[in-house]
Design a protein around this ligand. Sequence first.
Ligand code: ZN
Ligand code: FE
Length: 257
Amino acid sequence: MAHLEMHQFICRSDNYGLLVHDHKSGATASIDAPDAVEIEKQLRKRGWQLTHIFSTHHHGDHVEGNAALKNQFSCVIIGPRAEADRIPGIRTKVSGGEAFTWAGREVKVLACLGHTLGHIAYHIPSEYSVFAGDTLFSLGCGRVFEGTLEQMYHSVTQFKTLSPSTYLYCGHEYTEANARFALSIEPMNRMLQQRASIVATLRREGKMTCPSTIGEELKANPFLRTDSPEIRRNLNMETATDADVFAELRRRKDSFK
Ligand code: ZN
Ligand code: FE
């Protein structure tokens, strides 16, 4: 089976738009709908018809385009059951642990509580792709708005179980700022240093830094590296639990300038 084509672009200021297209059936999904006008423009450029939206969570910068796109394309909106009342136009409600078939592929739903209380991610194992919304970013993770730090720890940690070759598609281009924080926490990490310099070059050239892979994130993203001796030493938390190290990292990132 030919692979799905991924078309990623930046919209609003730092949101990622992502269109997933199956050449065989013509099925096309937008991962979240941050900006209806821009998504429509990108669809037209490719000659694709939108058939689905996969919503990750209810924040405005992820669902604002739902109504307009549904109006125009009569697309089916799939989203988190737990916050269905806040996902405009939702038709198919899904929860963590469930799976559904899209374009002949299995799509697994991951529960990602923390950023919001119903946040979900979508994993397509056959495509080595995960759509993480605002839960896991490249070199960082989402802010904890509705859930607890403990919930966010579990949400982020489950990405470690995916194959290292899995592409991580996330909701925002935050990588450069995330790299600055990561380097303040684990300055001697060679993989992180290399990644930060690649990211700086890409951004200078106006290019996107994502998707990365889970394997790259395991080597450089501090939120996946709570067992790193250097991080623990720098936090003065050598004997703390991983969840406590994670919570401290998230707290520090909240106030990091
Ligand atoms: Zn959000
Ligand atoms: Fe967001």
